[in-house]
Design a protein around this ligand. Structure first.
Ligand code: NAD
Length: 397
């Protein structure tokens, strides 16, 4: 058996978990820069946090100029705020964009240079200041992953930075913070989480030999499989209800727990074709990451079906398909995902998303350039295979 898992030193999950933050900060630093989503700028939550930090004898400053999808310019503003305040610890509170802003700001503060110096895999040379990550969406898993995703105006597609040094020191997941997510944010972030869970569960199988290389991702293993499958179960049970009934705390808790487990799974196992192909789709349509991966996921699953019958049967079972022969369950899995995407209002075709048909060849080519993700797909993602996935996704069939 083979198993590897990378994770934060501490994970705190549960209603009210945010109240643990001051004590967690006090154990690690004394001058905290809070990088918060703008929707939290004047919130009760930030007010309480700062009061409690002060009561614990800690200094804090607040940065709320986070920009969704993370343009490089917003990272540089956060770098200036951290340097001016002489922060020795970051509290990132918000969606994936806020947490990734804190990760990249901490990297530049610690190691200097420019954001592009760190693009790709394994290019962060050493530790960064501790980050206490407090997600307010249930989706990206950034609170536990070694990844940040950046938008660079000099490039057409978004670009990833991955390094084990980017894993936050602590993840604090409080489902109450997701109660204010409007249905569109619940849907896009939840679709992202389900894609993490399924793509990590069906990813290339890791091998002990991978550890000898400097690769950040290792592929699926016994530990990531456990986490990925349970994540699928939680998301299938909670996501549609959280979308329909935003104040249902039980559904919010299930969805956030699923997102956390999916983040742990893909933080080591990696994602694959749906993520690789979302980059060019997002670049052209300016639609959110979660919407793109959610739309592409059933089509990527269909591509992988010949190589992953048992895994897709497990996915279908985790989504409530009951006990049937493996081949029937594997056939049902992409359909079940599509049904869930329909229930949460994710568009079903690239045409509906506004993607121009004459850019499909370009998108297929670009998708295969995301080598880290394309190589992690269980079926080789050739340009032809990518084109077939995109063609099916364009038609929405
Ligand atoms: P986000 O952080 O971009 O936020 C989306 C919108 O939701 C924003 O307008 C924000 O203000 C709002 N919002 C967030 N929480 C809210 C709440 N509780 N109530 C009301 N509004 C709220 O969205 P996201 O999906 O969490 O993050 C997306 C980003 O994360 C993308 O840049 C994506 O590429 C990246 N990402 C990172 C990783 C990783 O491992 N680092 C993984 C997947 C995606």
């Amino acid at each position: 058996m083979y198993a590897v898992l990378r994770s934060p030193g501490e994970i705190v999950f549960g209603r009210g978990a945010r109240r643990a933050v001051p004590a967690l900060v006090a154990a690690r630093g004394s001058r905290a820069l809070i990088i918060a989503d703008p929707f939290l700028a004047d919130s009760v939550e930030i007010g309480e946090l700062r009061t409690e930090l002060e009561a614990a004898g800690l200094r804090s400053a607040l940065f709320t100029d986070v920009v969704p999808e993370l343009p490089v310019s917003a990272i540089l503003s956060a770098v200036r705020a951290a340097a001016d305040f002489e922060a020795d610890i970051f509290i990132a509170i918000g969606g994936g964009s806020s947490i990734d802003t804190a990760k990249m700001a901490a990297v530049v503060v610690a190691h200097g240079g420019d954001v592009p110096d760190y693009y790709g895999e394994g290019n962060v040379p050493g530790p960064i200041a501790p980050i206490i990550a407090v997600p307010t969406t249930a989706g990206t898993g950034s609170e536990v992953t070694p990844v940040a995703v950046v938008t660079d105006p000099a490039r057409e597609s978004k670009i990833g930075v991955s390094s084990p040094y980017l894993i936050p020191a602590v993840a604090v997941c409080d489902p109450e913070l997701t109660l204010s997510c409007p249905p569109s944010v619940t849907a896009a972030s939840g679709a992202d989480a389900l894609s993490h869970a399924i793509e990590s569960y069906t990813a290339r199988k890791g091998e002990v030999g991978d550890l000898a290389s400097s690769r950040v991702f290792m592929g699926a293993s016994a530990l990531t499989d456990l986490l990925g499958l349970e994540a699928i179960r939680c998301l299938a049970a909670g996501l549609a209800q959280a979308y329909r009934q935003p104040d249902d705390i039980q559904a919010r808790s299930l969805t956030m727990f699923g997102s956390l487990l999916a983040g742990l799974a893909f933080g080591t196992a990696g994602t694959a074709a749906a993520h690789a192909l979302q980059y060019p789709i997002g670049a052209i349509t300016h639609t959110s990451h979660g919407v793109g991966v959610g739309l592409l996921l059933p089509h990527a699953m269909a591509l992988n079906a010949p190589a992953r019958q048992q895994e897709l049967a497990d996915v279908a079972r985790a989504m409530g398909a009951g006990d049937k022969p493996v081949n029937e369950l594997a056939d049902a899995a992409p359909r079940l995902v599509r049904e869930l995407m329909t229930q949460i209002g994710i568009p079903l075709s690239l045409e509906e998303l506004g993607f121009p048909r004459d850019r499909l060849d370009w998108a297929a080519e670009q998708g295969t350039h995301a080598k880290r993700l394309a190589d992690n797909n269980p079926v080789v993602l050739t340009v032809e295979a990518a084109r077939a996935v995109l063609e099916a996704a364009y038609a929405g069939t």
